[in-house]
Design a binder for this molecule. Structure first.
Ligand code: RVK
Ligand code: MG
Ligand code: MG
Length: 316
């Protein structure tokens, strides 16, 4: 698709593209989690090489997709974020071997044991978690409330709170959800408009600075300057920047963030969600879509959730 070419992608295609794009990014990025970018670059010179020759035939997803499924299920049940439902979904879906953050594990296990999980969320890390776990799972909120960016932000806040009480952990989720809502509602790419709408939703000077930096980046070589870490502040702006540098290519947007190493599953999941929300399901390479694990709550289940959320969104 050429730059600025108008496109009319259905809401259903965008919702499916967003949630399955997240799963693809997570599954593919998960194979490189924690690796050094120089090591990855020796094996894959371009995003195309990586996407066309993934290192595995099945893309198994990690905690990112598993928790996103919980958010989508909770929204589908209540049409808004209700903490009790959300926590139930996190607990029912919880498989620790999917690679959860150590704070997140403690909090979910407290939920499971009917303990005071709020106390754990506030105290396991002093000041709460500033990890990217609330952002990695927030995509359904950005989709479902896309007509009202204030609601996106307030619902994203509620979706973060059970596990993330640090301002940056919460704000990362709010900014990513708003970015997804904007991407999902754009018919043609307009970088100025995207950032003009997004930046007012930054609350802290730290996030404001990083999102302004994301706006100014003009080449993929500079993505690493925004970070590739497990913290919200060093990952959410990177995903947004890669999407806005490569708005017309899922392969390039997602591939480039994997090539910079670090928290590859999560940064690729967030980028895949943004790219899928803008470009729709048909932009995701077929070989990757087909490779997503499909047992239980796998590809078809996620696709069904996306379709149900789209139907519910359109009927309300
Ligand atoms: C493993 C110090 C803090 C902190 C604070 C650091 C999965 C810790 C997913 C912690 C994502 C990590 C990621 C993650 C999502 C956070 N002081 N260090 N106040 N707050 N950290 O445990 O759901 O990969 O090193 O709350 O946000 O793929 O272990 O979990 O990459 O960030 O984990 O924070 O993690 P957690 P999360
Ligand atoms: Mg993960
Ligand atoms: Mg991760």
């Amino acid at each position: 698709m050429k730059s600025n070419m108008a496109h009319s992608i259905s809401i259903q295609s965008r919702f499916r593209g967003c949630l399955l794009g997240l799963a693809v990014g997570d599954g593919l990025g998960g194979r490189f989690e924690g690796m050094d970018r120089h090591w990855i670059a020796k094996r894959y010179r371009t995003p195309q090489q990586l996407i066309e020759n993934p290192p595995t035939t099945t893309l198994s997803y990690t905690d990112d997709t598993q928790m996103m499924i919980g958010v989508a299920e909770a929204l589908y049940e209540d049409k808004e974020i209700i903490e009790k439902t959300l926590c139930q979904k996190f607990v029912v879906n919880y498989v620790p071997s999917r690679g959860y953050g150590r704070g997140a594990r403690r909090v979910i296990e407290a939920m499971e044991d009917n303990k005071d999980y709020h106390a754990v969320a506030c105290s396991y890390f002093p000041g709460g978690s500033y990890g990217n776990g609330a952002a990695m799972r927030v995509a359904p909120v950005g989709l479902f409330f896309l007509n009202n960016l204030e609601s996106v932000s307030s619902q994203a806040y509620l979706s973060a709170l059970p596990t993330h009480t640090h301002q940056q952990g919460i704000e990362g989720a709010q900014i990513l959800a708003v970015a997804i809502a904007i991407a999902c509602s754009m018919n043609e790419w307009n970088k100025s408009l995207f950032y003009d709408k997004l930046i007012p939703h930054c609350q802290s000077p730290e996030f404001n600075k990083q999102i302004e930096k994301a706006r100014r980046i003009t080449c993929v070589e500079d993505l690493i300057m925004l970070g590739n870490a497990i913290t919200a502040i060093e990952s959410v702006p990177t995903a947004i920047a890669s999407f806005s540098l490569n708005p017309h290519s899922f392969t390039k947007a997602v591939g480039h963030v994997i090539l910079i190493g670090g928290d590859t599953d999560t940064i690729a999941a967030m980028t895949g969600a943004l790219s899928g929300a803008f470009l729709g399901i048909d932009a995701i390479p077929q070989n990757l879509l087909k490779s997503i694990e499909n047992e239980g709550k796998g590809r078809d289940y996620i696709d069904g959730l996306a379709k149900n959320l789209a139907d519910m969104y359109q009927s309300t």
